[in-house]
Design a protein around this ligand. Structure first.
Ligand code: ZN
Length: 133
């Protein structure tokens, strides 16, 4: 079951540079910054109502965020949907032959289970997120 938009992921060259806009100009508050080594990314979490913006900075020149910025510049990277029962949803999508980046969930920011669908099908990169309690 899909519950809401979990977050919008924005690829940036520098979290520190981008944060000034989101915190000083827009008045949002930074909840925290976390490194997800598995995805070679550093993530700034900025709550907005019951969802959030995540600023994504690469920790490695070969990481997915660095590649995205090289090809398309800084900007919108993915939309994440909060779900319940991520394994079952992935199985169902696989049965429908929807292309998936991750057939099994990985661990993302704040220990959540995450999986990306392939943008070939969804047109924009879509992430499923099941938060831990
Ligand atoms: Zn995300």
């Amino acid at each position: 079951m899909i519950k809401k938009i979990s977050h919008i992921g924005i690829a940036v060259n520098s979290i520190e540079d981008a944060l000034k806009l989101y915190t000083e100009a827009l008045g949002l508050e930074l909840k925290g910054i976390e490194v997800v080594a598995d995805q070679k990314v550093r993530i700034a979490i900025i709550p907005v109502g019951n969802t959030r913006i995540e600023l994504l900075e690469s920790t490695d020149p070969e990481g997915p965020i660095a590649k995205h910025i090289k090809n398309r510049g800084e900007g919108l990277h993915h939309v994440a949907l909060e779900v319940e029962g991520i394994e079952g949803i992935l199985e169902g999508l696989e049965k429908k032959e929807i292309p998936l980046v991750d057939k099994k969930p990985r661990i993302g920011a704040e220990g959540a289970k995450i999986a990306f669908l392939h943008p070939k099908a969804t047109k924009a990169l879509i992430e499923l997120v099941e938060p831990t309690e």
